[in-house]
Design a protein around this ligand. Structure first.
Ligand SMILES: CC(C)(COP(=O)(O)OP(=O)(O)OC[C@H]1O[C@@H](n2cnc3c(N)ncnc32)[C@H](O)[C@@H]1OP(=O)(O)O)[C@@H](O)C(=O)NCCC(=O)NCCS
Length: 285
């Protein structure tokens, strides 16, 4: 068994508070490590857990968790917590987990989750949409659909993502939801397998035949999973296709590293835009 045998690998570092008097990780913490990896699993499926479970009409409950300890982890160890969905029954989903230090196997587990009605806490069949999504993910297939289109086609999804990210999370004014550039911009929306819009961005054509990317927003529960990169990539390709000679954007300080990794370069001095310190960044095409 190796970390590469799994689609989902969560990485962590052992903290001082997690080791016991024997200077090894206290046994109960491993269940917490697996639980954190399960949260990553839903993120990797592009499912914002709460909204997804509401749409699916149930919740997932742990019915059984068994852990086997092979070797000990110690303070400061870097661990890889790997998970896979081994099988889906009628109402149950069985996950196999393994914790590695490098390629050394330390701990294995089996987690039985049951899909159930939250009011009565009685089991229900795993919805077909969730079943096929997990099967596709485990087979290494893409689970995201990115649509590029006009405002008239995508405005409901774009507005709802922006409302959640800019208005609710960042407390921006309600006008942050849309402006006069939206009507002529090209929009990209990422949809998960349940058809929920989870990220968006837009490309505005500037008078000097460059494209300006703005309003990039990813559902807060799904950040850090490559969805922002996917939206950005789709907008860059759209810009290339229509013949722009350059793509530019205004990056808030906290997002600068993200755009640098995607091949953007900084230009000029930082400036304040809507109360935020920003840097102009560009990428020649
Ligand atoms: C989870 C819960 C809703 C399941 O209801 P239940 O009546 O106990 O379970 P059921 O008899 O309907 O069985 C449901 C599934 O679990 C499986 N299952 C039940 N007991 C099991 C066990 N001990 N080991 C493995 N699988 C088991 C059954 O085979 C069935 O699978 P299938 O539908 O895929 O064939 C209920 O037990 C519960 O609420 N438990 C408390 C949950 C909890 O607080 N968990 C900790 C925090 S999340």
């Amino acid at each position: 068994m190796k970390p590469n045998d799994f689609q989902l690998v969560h990485r962590l570092r052992v903290r001082w508070a997690e080791v016991d008097m024997q200077k090894i990780v206290f046994n109960a913490h491993y269940l917490m490590y697996f639980d954190t990896a399960i949260t990553d699993y839903w993120r990797a499926l592009a499912l914002p857990y709460e909204e997804a479970m509401t749409q699916l009409g149930g919740e997932l409950y742990v019915k059984k968790a068994s852990v086997e300890y092979h070797r000990s982890a110690r303070f400061d160890d870097r661990l890889a917590v790997a998970l896979k969905c081994e099988r889906i029954g009628n109402s149950s989903m069985v996950f196999t987990g393994a914790i590695f230090r490098g390629d050394e196997l330390l701990v294995t587990c089996e987690l039985v989750y049951v899909f159930a009605d939250p009011a009565s806490q009685t089991s229900r069949p795993v919805p077909p949409g969730l079943r096929s999504l997990v099967e596709r993910f485990e087979a290494g297939e893409s689970i995201l659909e990115i649509k590029i289109g006009e405002w008239t086609e995508l405005q409901l999804d774009v507005a709802s993502i922006r409302r959640a990210v800019f208005v609710q999370d960042q407390c921006s004014a309600l006008e942050g939801e849309w402006d006069e550039y939206d009507g002529s911009a090209l929009h990209a929306v990422a949809f998960n397998a349940l058809g929920q819009g989870i990220a968006s961005g837009r490309l505005v054509r500037q008078h000097n035949a460059s494209g300006k990317i703005s309003r990039l927003a990813v559902h807060r529960a799904l950040r850090g999973g490559g969805i922002g990169r996917a939206i950005l990539g789709a907008l860059v390709i759209a810009s290339q296709k229509r013949g722009d000679h350059e793509i530019m954007l205004h990056a808030p300080g906290r997002a600068e590293d993200f755009y640098l990794r995607e091949g953007f370069m900084t230009r000029g001095e930082p400036f304040i835009e809507a109360g935020t310190l920003c840097t102009e960044m560009f990428k020649p095409i």
